[in-house]
Design a protein around this ligand. Structure first.
Ligand SMILES: [Zn+2]
Ligand SMILES: [Zn+2]
Length: 259
């Protein structure tokens, strides 16, 4: 099983990162993609990937901190992306109009430039989209990167079908297991399995079964991607082993991971 999106560089894992990664491997999670929100965090993701078998890194500037994107950021991003063979994608990048921690103009400029860099470097790109799907699509449709995943997809199928038709992927989190997330389950039911990945987005979005045990603020970790696969299996009527195999194959292909 592959956790296609987790924030292993987050300070929430500073005390026990090695144990968290070991627990994931023990749970059958062979591979984790360690996602960056800032260029500094990207450097740490590259280091963590270098220290652990089965961990790969991405580098990108999150829409929350798009105000940090400057004229020299593109060059720094490219350097980090070229700094290790285990750096496999640009991300996470995108638009977040819910929190609006950077202005719309700052978000759109940073998003567009990072999409263009991913395209020119022929790297896949991980996109974060919250309450911004029309603008995300408009910019994606303009730049047309070769490979893209909409991560933590919570959108209605009618809004994201065009991404799938373009050949892009959707990735789903533990939100699929939340009682109030019927829209997400409807989208999962519509999404062709060959366009699907699974992720924890740890330390956030702990699946419902584990939140029930550990409380709502319980930290998520890559081992729990098994619960996401279980949730997808329940929605699609497939066996959990089939969901694990298909989403792993998709991730290997998307991130061009060597076996
Ligand atoms: Zn995100
Ligand atoms: Zn994330």
């Amino acid at each position: 099983m592959i956790d296609s999106h987790c924030h292993l560089a987050d300070k929430a894992f500073d005390a026990d990162r090695d144990a968290v990664i070991a627990r994931a491997h023990a749970a059958g999670v062979t591979t984790m993609i360690c996602i960056a929100d800032t260029l500094e965090e990207g450097k740490r993701c590259v280091e963590i990937a270098g220290q652990h078998e089965g961990v790969f890194a991405t580098v990108g500037v999150h829409p929350h901190v798009s105000s940090q994107w400057t004229a020299s950021s593109g060059q720094r991003l490219e350097e980090l992306l070229r700094s290790s063979p285990k750096t496999v994608a640009v991300g996470e990048v995108g638009l977040d109009y819910h929190y609006m921690r950077s202005t719309i103009d700052e978000q759109q400029a940073a998003f567009r430039e990072q999409l263009a860099l991913a395209k020119s470097m022929e790297l896949p790109v991980i996109v974060h989209c919250r309450e911004a799907v029309e603008d995300v699509w408009r910019i994606v449709d303009d730049v047309r990167p070769d490979q893209l995943v909409l991560h933590c997809c919570t959108e209605a199928w009618a809004d994201v079908a065009r991404f799938v038709e373009r050949g892009y992927l959707l990735s789903f989190t533990g939100i699929a297991t939340y009682a109030n997330a019927q829209t997400v389950r409807d989208t999962i039911a519509q999404c062709p399995l060959e366009h699907m990945m699974i992720e924890t987005d740890a330390p956030y979005l702990t699946p419902e079964a584990l939140r029930a045990e550990g409380g709502r603020s319980m930290r998520n970790e890559p081992a729990y991607v098994v619960e996401v696969a279980r949730g997808i299996a329940a929605v699609t009527g497939k066996d959990i082993d089939d969901i694990a195999a298909i989403t792993s194959r998709n991730a290997v292909e998307f991130f061009r991971l060597s076996p």
